[in-house]
Structures are given as structure tokens and as C-alpha cells.
Ligand binder design. Structure first.
Ligand SMILES: *Cc1c(COP(=O)(O)O)cnc(C)c1O
Length: 450
């Protein structure tokens, strides 16, 4: 399998190169040269998660990994999940819930990153190289990336979080990991400052090459690939069904679109947004108009520029890289652009009041606690659902990851699972640095020197 850039001017690469490259040289995102068709036997009946994962991912790694290598990695990756089904489906009144929060850090990012950490390790070993992963996080990505890298001697990971601006649970999930290759930095600034520092480190080519910088953020194709799997296992369980996905960077719901493109009977696709609703406005009007990011109770979706959306725009524009590049350049310049449209998606924007009301209503009706991101999806599903297919709401985080909002809505404090029960007592380790590129770069070099 070969990969092309959505902006049409980067070298065509195989899977191993795409994995380590992250962003394409022309600023675009890598997508497979063609969409493979899945054999209907893959979703004809429920099968073990690891088997389905191997069948779904194999065509995308063809030429880089053997079936045996891929199956072994998937088996290891998903053994870290607490539920035997890995990504179980349960009932929630007249909806279903796809529970993606049984991994090490209690959010859906584990599903992809547990696989991606092993893919990186394998590829770097094959090349006899080491790499440094640098990640900016507003909460969930940092801990999931740390858990993907911890203890691997091919990787160092440095995570930048904005000091005082992530929740206690989220910070402690990162800073209590005690391993020589894990380095946490609190930046005196905002999440955007952290992200700008990471971008500046990648733009400094001498530095990038010296520390062999690599990215595990959500534009990495391997993350999308690993996320396709749970849409297939859900269809195997329920038959044709629709999905509602609480969306930020558009990676998760794009994976559902990919499953459909591979021939899997996926019904309605509903995008759930919080007040940062650029995607919902795009579905309604065809225009992409960026606005100020506003903080909400579902912080992992506080995003105005959804990076993975570019992959869909490339498809909708007939896979014309030059046209996609032009569209994105105009968007960056003007902050607003007429984009290709599709009626494949429905969408709803849900504000904080409705999010809290939904958490409360779900608790009263079913006795279950859902986190604020999942609640955005449930509210969007109720508003947009049509037709008779089952509707599956994608549950992207465990309620205990966002205890304040859940308690505010229901009066119930959601408990952390057993294995994290002592999180608040564990010792934290992190370095505090100013918003200063040179100081952060010097720190990264000290970290990897040991
Ligand atoms: C990352 C995240 C999302 C958004 O997913 P995208 O793939 O960026 O659309 C939603 N909910 C939670 C809990 C997340 O961590």
C-alpha cells in the first residue's frame, strides 16, 4: 500500500515512512492511494477484537508488516484493555453506547495509541533508530501517548501541558508515570502556546534531525487506521447501524467514514459538537468559518480547526491535491471559505447547559453516568436520528475522567477504576518552564541525553 498527500506535492510513501513522517512535506496529510474493500465475512458475525483488528488493518500496512507481526502487536496492544471485548457495546435506553474507555488512560485515544506505540517501536527497531516524541496536550492526548511509549527503549517522550490548565486527574495521569524515557513539562502559558512550541521545534530542521523528532498527534494516519476497527466490530454485533461521534479534530468520525468506504454497512453518521461548532456549521451551510475557541465542559472538543477534516475535503474534491492545497491556503488566509459539501453527515451543536441536562437525564433514565463528551453525542443523536437502524453513541471517555461536570449534573461523584484508585496519592514529577522555545529545546536535549 502506498500513501499520497492531500496536498499532492509530497513524495508517495509506504506505511513505515508515513508512520514516522506524521505530516507530509507539503503540509498535507497522508491518505492511502486507494481504499481497500473489506471482505463481508469480516463483519458477518461477532469475532475476537484482535482478529478483526488484524483483518481491517492488514491492507493498510501491506508491504511493511506481515500478518503475523501485525496480529502479535494487536494482541499485545489490546491485552492492556480491561474489558474482554476491548470496545464493548451496551444499551442506553433506545440508543447503544460504544464504550471506548477501557484502556490504560480511560479515553478513546488509547485504542489507537496502544497500537501506534508498538508500530513505532517495530519500525524504529527495524531501522536501528531512536526517536523523540514531542506532544502538546490539553488533557487526554498526553497521558495516552505516555502510556504508548513508557519503557520502550526506541522512544523518548516529552509532553508539554499548560501549567494549571489541565484537570488534576489528567495531570496526574501524566506526571505520576515513573520511567526514564517519560518527561513532563508544565509550560507557563496556554495550550496554544504549547502547540506553537511543538510546531516551532518541528520547523527547526537542525533540531528536528538532531533529536529525530516524531509526532503521535491525531493527524498520524496510523491513528485513523486503528480507529476503523471498532466501527467494524460494532456492525458485526448489531448489523447495519448509525453512529454519533463527539468530534474535535474529526479523526474519530473520519474513521467511521473510512469503514463505510471499505464496504461496511454503516448507516447515518452524526457529528456532535460543543459550542466550538465549525463542523456543524459546515454541514448546514457548506462554509468553513473559524471562530474564537471557547472553553467548554468537553475540553477535548474545544477546537476550531479540525485537522483531519482535510482528509475528507480531499475526497469530496475528487482527490485533487492542488485544489485541496488551494482551499486550505485560502482558509488559513481568510478564516472562511466555501468548501465541498456532502449529505453523508448530520450534525448538532450542544452547549454546556444541554450537556449537563443530558448527563442528568441519562442518569435518571438508565442509572448510568456518562462523561460530558459522550453526553454531547447522546444529545446530538437524540436530535438528529432518523430511520430504523440502531444508533450507536460513541463514548469517548470514562466519567471519572471528568468528575466535576458529572457530579454537578447528577450529585454523584464517579469513582476511578480500581487500578487508578490511588492516583491522587502517587508522587508527581514534572519540570516547569516558561513559554520560551530555546529553553524548551535545551530541556528536550537534556532529557534524551539521560
Ligand atoms: C480526542 C477526544 C475527542 C475528539 O476526537 P476527534 O478524533 O479529535 O474528533 C472526543 N472526546 C474525547 C474524550 C477525546 O479525548
Amino acid at each position: 500500500m502506498k500513501y499520497v498527500s492531500t496536498r499532492g506535492r509530497a513524495p508517495v510513501l509506504d506505511f513505515g515512512d508515513v508512520l514516522l513522517a506524521g505530516l507530509a512535506e507539503d503540509g498535507g496529510l497522508y491518505v492511502p492511494e486507494r481504499w481497500p474493500a473489506l471482505d463481508p465475512s469480516v463483519w458477518a458475525e461477532p469475532r475476537p477484537y484482535v482478529e478483526v483488528a488484524t483483518d481491517v488493518m492488514l491492507p493498510f500496512v501491506e508491504g511493511s508488516l506481515s500478518r503475523g507481526e501485525l496480529a502479535a502487536m494487536a494482541a499485545e496492544a489490546y491485552a492492556t484493555f480491561e474489558h474482554p471485548d476491548v470496545c464493548p457495546v451496551s444499551e442506553l435506553g433506545d440508543l447503544h453506547l460504544l464504550e471506548l474507555y477501557w484502556g490504560p488512560t480511560l479515553a478513546f485515544k488509547d485504542v489507537a495509541l496502544q497500537m501506534v506505540g508498538r508500530l513505532f517501536d517495530h519500525e524504529l527497531r527495524r531501522r536501528g533508530e531512536r526517536a523523540t516524541i514531542v506532544v502538546a496536550t490539553s488533557g487526554d492526548t498526553g497521558s495516552a501517548a505516555i502510556e504508548a511509549c513508557v519503557g520502550r527503549d526506541t522512544l523518548d517522550i516529552v509532553v508539554l501541558h499548560p501549567a494549571g490548565r489541565v484537570s488534576d486527574v489528567q495531570r496526574r495521569q501524566m506526571t505520576t508515570v515513573d520511567a526514564p524515557n517519560v518527561h513532563n513539562v508544565a509550560i507557563e502559558g496556554t495550550f496554544d502556546d504549547c502547540q506553537d512550541l511543538v510546531k516551532a521545534m518541528f520547523a527547526d530542521t537542525a533540531f528536528r534531525d538532531r533529536v529525530r523528532l516524531a509526532a503521535m498527534n491525531s493527524i498520524n494516519w496510523a491513528r485513523v487506521m486503528a480507529q476503523v476497527v471498532y466501527y467494524v466490530t460494532t456492525v458485526a454485533r448489531l448489523g447495519r447501524c448509525g453512529f454519533t461521534v463527539p468530534s474535535g479534530n474529526f479523526g474519530n468520525i473520519f474513521a467511521a467514514w473510512v469503514a463505510a468506504r471499505m464496504g461496511v454497512p454503516v448507516g447515518q453518521l452524526v457529528i456532535g459538537s460543543n459550542r466550538n461548532d465549525i463542523l456543524t456549521r459546515w454541514v448546514a451551510t457548506g462554509s468553513l468559518v473559524a471562530e474564537e475557541v471557547v472553553p467548554t465542559l468537553s475540553p477535548a472538543m474545544d477546537i476550531q480547526i479540525s485537522s483531519n477534516h482535510e482528509r475528507l475535503l480531499f475526497e469530496l474534491g475528487g482527490r485533487d491535491g492542488a485544489a485541496t492545497a488551494e482551499l486550505l491556503a485560502r482558509f488559513r488566509r481568510l478564516g472562511s471559505v466555501e468548501a465541498p459539501r456532502t449529505d453523508r453527515f448530520d450534525a448538532a451543536a450542544v452547549d454546556d447547559d444541554e450537556t449537563l441536562a443530558t448527563i442528568r437525564a441519562v442518569y435518571e433514565e438508565t442509572g448510568r453516568l456518562v462523561d460530558p463528551h459522550t453526553a454531547v453525542g447522546v444529545a446530538a443523536a437524540r436530535r438528529c436520528r432518523r430511520g430504523g437502524d440502531p444508533m450507536v453513541c460513541v463514548a469517548t471517555a470514562h466519567p471519572a475522567k471528568f468528575p466535576d461536570a458529572v457530579e454537578r449534573a447528577t450529585g454523584v461523584h464517579p469513582a476511578l477504576p480500581e487500578r487508578l484508585a490511588d492516583l491522587m496519592e502517587r508522587e508527581e514529577r514534572y519540570t516547569v518552564l516558561g513559554n520560551d522555545l530555546r529553553a524548551v529545546q535545551a530541556h528536550v536535549e537534556r532529557c534524551i541525553a539521560g
